[in-house]
Design a protein around this ligand. Structure first.
Ligand code: FCB
Length: 456
């Protein structure tokens, strides 16, 4: 199938990764342990007891990996910086060897004509800071500010695109309420506290980034999800959708872009907290103006009304919400493929934020293998890519100012609790030999990029 949809001039084509998922070398170069090293070491948390090693050994293979990006024709590369490499004690002294790695990466990208998009935090909090309360502590905001200053102070002369946090929903609710991610807590209120402190850390870092990098384009990457109720919803179903939407989306959209938490959410969590964790001035810190919004989106979320006295989701404020199984064709993650919902969440994100949007992650996992012909045939990933790019184009036509698309992921990597079992790359990685093979979908992505630039 030929995909010949066109995109606006200047539309940026990229791929994304994250430090813990690709770097490996977890004990090298002065890096201290992160919460993910600790979490992965506990049996039962990660499939096959997989850990951050070897990952893609990117820490040692970075120059070749950038050459591969160039071969794909990428305009931009989104990566994250590992806080425990840069400031192993969490606060205080900067580890020269750690920051030097990212300095070389930035130079290598620029030498190859690839624009760096740097994410400061993609979930690898230094363990020493978790020992001091992690995201449950308000001190996390100044800790993060200090770390942001160290990174931006060093790379800000060459990097323009800065993202404070990746998917704060995951580093709060998924990590502190659902125990699926590090640090693995299961407490309804903690998810909300962590979310607030992550927002505060974000808002604290924004002016620091601007001070140290004049001309910076400052952003945050959220993972909003379209919350879908039943076909013919009852009033109780609509209330379940509203509550779930507050937890997944409103809890971030509202403070960031409207300077307040949704009133109805505060009412729904009143049995957990009197709201005293929100101090005077917090919301104005959090709502510091941004230049664009990053959206990661893979699938919608389905819910319906359940027992009003129960909260099987364990998400703050979601009493009476029952999760509904995904529908239609699923990916290897069991995630629903729904380009229409992708279009809707892009439109909603553009509307809520009033900002230009970059899709900072989108993609799909499949059980890929290298075939006898040496290629990786992944027609499902190519079909997912086509249908979701089509949805992006439709959202643009309907008025969303979407500036670029980053495929998740550049290469197969450590997929958090699923370890190395799930492959999202447009490039296949053999973890024994570390050989990289561009998948058919990667070749197709390169063709789409080349066609966009009139190079085909
Ligand atoms: C997102 C994460 C990213 C990756 C993809 C599949 O939630 O940001 O690191 O794991 O999902």
């Amino acid at each position: 199938m030929t995909f010949d949809t066109t995109f606006p001039d200047g539309f940026l084509w990229g791929a994304a990764t994250a430090s813990f998922q690709i770097e490996g070398a977890t004990t090298e170069g002065g890096r201290s342990a992160s919460i993910w090293d600790t979490f992965a070491a506990i049996e039962g948390n990660v499939a096959n007891k997989d850990t951050g090693d070897p990952a893609c050994e990117h820490y040692h293979r970075m120059p070749q990996d950038v050459v591969m990006m160039k071969a794909l024709g990428l305009d931009a590369y989104r990566f994250s910086v590992a806080w425990p490499r840069v400031i192993p004690d969490g606060v205080g002294a900067v580890n020269a060897e750690g920051i030097d790695f990212y300095d070389r990466l930035v130079d290598q990208l620029l030498d190859n004509g690839i624009r760096p998009f740097v994410t400061l935090y993609h979930w690898d909090l230094p363990q020493v800071l978790d020992d001091r309360g992690g995201w449950l502590s308000r001190d996390s905001a100044p800790w993060f500010g200090e770390y942001a200053a160290a990174v931006v102070g060093r790379l800000g002369d060459r990097v323009r695109n800065w993202t404070t946090l990746n998917e704060p929903w995951c580093s709060s609710f998924l990590s502190y309420s659902l125990a699926h991610h590090a640090p693995g807590h299961a407490d309804e209120l903690e998810g909300l506290l962590a979310a607030h402190h992550l927002m505060l850390a974000h808002g604290t870092a924004v002016p620091i980034i601007r001070d140290l990098c004049p001309g910076a384009e400052v952003s945050i990457t959220l993972n909003p999800t379209q919350v879908l109720g039943p076909q013919d919803p009852t009033a109780a179903d609509l209330d379940a959708v509203r509550r779930a939407d507050n937890n997944y989306n409103g809890v971030f959209y509202s403070p960031l872009f409207h300077g307040e938490y949704p009133n109805s959410m505060l009412e729904d969590v009143a049995h957990l907290t009197d709201g005293s964790f929100i101090h005077d001035g917090d919301l104005s810190t959090i709502s510091a103006p941004l230049d664009n919004l990053g959206v990661n989106n893979y699938f919608p979320t389905r819910v319906r009304a359940g027992d009003p006295g129960a909260n099987p989701t364990r998400l703050a404020g979601c009493e009476g919400v029952e999760a509904v199984a995904p529908q239609g064709a699923l990916t290897d993650m069991g995630w629903e493929q729904n380009p229409g919902a992708h279009r809707q969440i892009l439109l909603r994100s553009a509307h809520e934020s009033g900002l230009p949007v970059y899709i900072t992650e989108n993609g799909s996992a499949w059980a890929d293998t290298v075939s006898a012909d040496g290629a990786v045939h992944d027609p499902e990933r190519t079909a997912y890519l086509h249908s979701h790019l089509q949805a992006v184009r439709e959202a643009i036509d309907e008025g969303a100012d979407i500036r670029g698309y980053f495929a998740w992921s550049l290469m197969d990597n450590f997929e958090w609790a699923f370890g190395y079992d799930k492959r999202f790359g447009i490039v296949h990685v053999d973890y024994d030999s570390q050989v990289r093979t561009i998948k058919d979908s990667g070749h197709e992505y390169a063709r789409i990029i080349a066609a966009h630039h009139g190079r085909s």
